[in-house]
Each structure stands twice: as C-alpha cells, then as structure tokens.
Design a protein around this ligand. Structure first.
Ligand SMILES: [Zn+2]
Length: 337
C-alpha cells in the first residue's frame, strides 16, 4: 500500500506540482458509530526541501474489505461509494464534497497510523462501526432505481471537485472524524476519546430539529432494567436512597459525567450502556421509569454531516465547511505516505 503510493508520487510529482500548488492556493480558507480514533502518533513532518505535491485519487490504490473479501480499487473508485454510504446523495454539493475530503483524509491518516488491527489485510473496511459505510454502485442502483444516474453523478462530481485534497494540520492528514448531527455544538475530542487534538475542539453547528430527522429522541426504561444494566457494568453501585445524580456538562454542553448509585461514569459510557443516540442527554426518574431525552446523533466530534449540509445551504463552500469543523486546518495535497 505505502509502496504503491510512494511509486505513484515519484512518477507524478513533477507533473502535478503546479496543479497542486494551485490547489493549495485556491483552497480558502466531516456512522452510525464513526470510527474510533487511532491514537498512534503521526510520523514527523518531512523536510521542507521540495515543493508540495499531491497524489490524485486515481493514483492511490486501496485495499478495501467488503463483505469479508479484500477488493483492490483506487481512491477515485472508493470515495463515491463511502460518500453515498455516509451521506444522502441529495445533500448539498458542498456538503458531499466536504464529506469526500473528510473520508480521503481519514483513510490516509489511518494508513499513516499503521492501519487497523481488526483488518491488517486491508486499509479500510465497509463496517461503519469500524471505518465507513460503503454503498457500492450496484447497491446504489438497486436502492435509488430511476434516480440512480442523476444521484450517482452528483456524488461523483462532488468527489471529483476535491480530487486529491486532504485536510492537514502541521502538514499532516488529520483524524477527520465526523458524525451525523450535533446538539448545537460539536464535542471536543478529549471529552470523548483519550486523544486531545487541537483541530477537534468544540464549535457551533447550525443544524436543528427542523432539518434533522429524529433530532430529538426519547428512551424510557423501567427502573429495574436501568439498574440491571448499570449493575452489570458496575456491581458496586448502591441503589438505596437518592441514587440518580444530575449530569455534569462538559465544555460542549454534553454530559461529561453522571453519578449513579454512588458510581461516577462518563456520558460516553452512559451512551454506550443504554444505546443512546448521543451524549447530549438529560435523564430523570419518572414514577417507576427512567427517561433519557437525547439531542443529535453520533459521538459529536469533528464534522457534523447535517451541519455541513446546513452550512452549504447558507452558501458556504466545502473548503469553508471543513475549516468550520476542523479548527486551524489547511487544505492541500497528500504528500507524505
Ligand atoms: Zn475497518
């Protein structure tokens, strides 16, 4: 994998140097459960002796694990399938383009970080709980019927408009995670995962109940079921007395921590234990029940996909959308496999 990219770069560096300089200058200046972040440190930045060049999507070969089998394809073939797997093809073009850059960047970040231990034989897989949702052209055709040609072309065009462009921080591909919708603000990486990354901080996100399906959701359990679930994870919990505390908000307003039966757990653990759509929730005992009221969908870190669509509706470009959600990034070519 790395060798194939290196060879591609060596052969085309000169040809595309000017193209990518231009791309860098012209850039002004986002699963169900999106991939968990790789925490491996990125390799050090290369020496700055050469002009920045980048690989085009057709020059990068990927090993993609699909339905358990490894398929080899180019980034140009892969990206439309994950953009249409992760976003509705009817989304604004700028949002689709922003998604393409996020997907391209994330996979390059993943390769640079040594790949995923779950599938060492492939660079990326089709499991949205691990990598990104993948909708093949054949699946898209079956799903969209008469609309396939139009919608698939929209996606291809949106991807092609970003050919080779990567989101960079300190000249390295960023961990370009994304989520479906946030509850007004995105989450800071450090509040969700172990890593504290300077480009994944909390920012405002404009989407709301008027544009996002199931933006608000409610989950109600019997007290007995609530306790059983919690006790399975924390047998020391004591449910005598006033056992349900009030959520403590993190910097983005999501639940940072909550004390249940004398045991303090994170909002992320509560989300995982009870299958909540996000950590932006309230919880209350109501009679013999416990009710969660939840806002948004996903881990909340990085680009909000519905937020990207809303920003695009407001006229923002894909470059501006990416720079909205990934703080302090630049956009340029992929130079250091
Ligand atoms: Zn995977």
């Amino acid at each position: 994998m790395k060798e194939s990219i290196t060879v591609g770069l060596a052969l085309t560096a000169l040809l595309f140097a000017l193209t990518w300089l231009h791309a860098g200058e012209s850039a002004p200046a986002n699963q169900e459960e999106p991939p968990a972040p790789a925490v491996t440190a990125a390799a050090p930045a290369p020496a700055e002796e050469a002009a920045p060049v980048g690989a085009r999507d057709e020059e990068i070969t990927l090993r993609v694990l699909i339905d358990g089998a490894v398929e080899t394809m180019t980034m140009a073939e892969y990206l439309p399938c994950v953009v249409q797997g992760e976003m509705l093809p009817s989304f604004e073009t700028a949002a689709l383009s922003a998604q393409a850059v996020a997907e391209r960047t994330y996979i390059l970040y993943q390769i640079r970080s040594g790949g995923k231990p779950r599938h060492p034989q492939a660079d990326v897989c089709d499991d949205p709980g691990c990598c990104s949702a993948y909708l093949s052209q054949a699946e898209a055709k079956a799903k969209w019927g008469d609309q396939y040609e139009v919608l698939a072309q929209r996606v291809r065009d949106a991807v092609a408009a970003t050919d080779g462009v990567v989101a960079l921080y300190d000249n390295q591909p960023i961990m370009a995670v994304f989520h479906s919708s946030s509850g007004g603000t995105t989450a800071r990486c450090a509040d969700v995962w172990a890593a504290d990354l300077p480009y994944l901080v909390s920012v405002e996100s404009p989407e709301g109940a008027d544009t996002v399906p199931n933006y608000y959701s409610v989950k109600t359990l019997s007290e007995a079921d609530f306790r059983a679930t919690f006790t399975a994870a924390h047998p020391e919990a004591d449910f005598s007395g006033d056992w349900l505390g009030s959520p403590v908000a993190d910097a983005s307003g999501r639940v940072g921590s909550l004390t249940v039966g004398g045991v303090t757990v994170t909002g992320a653990e509560m989300r995982r234990l009870y299958g909540l759509r996000s950590t932006a929730f309230t919880v209350a005992r109501e009679g013999e029940s416990v009710t969660f009221r939840v806002t948004g969908y996903g881990h909340g870190v990085g680009m909000s996909q519905y937020g990207a669509n809303e920003l695009a509706r407001q006229g923002k470009t894909w470059q501006e959308i990416l720079q909205w959600y990934y703080t302090g990034i630049t956009l340029g070519g992929y130079t250091n496999p």
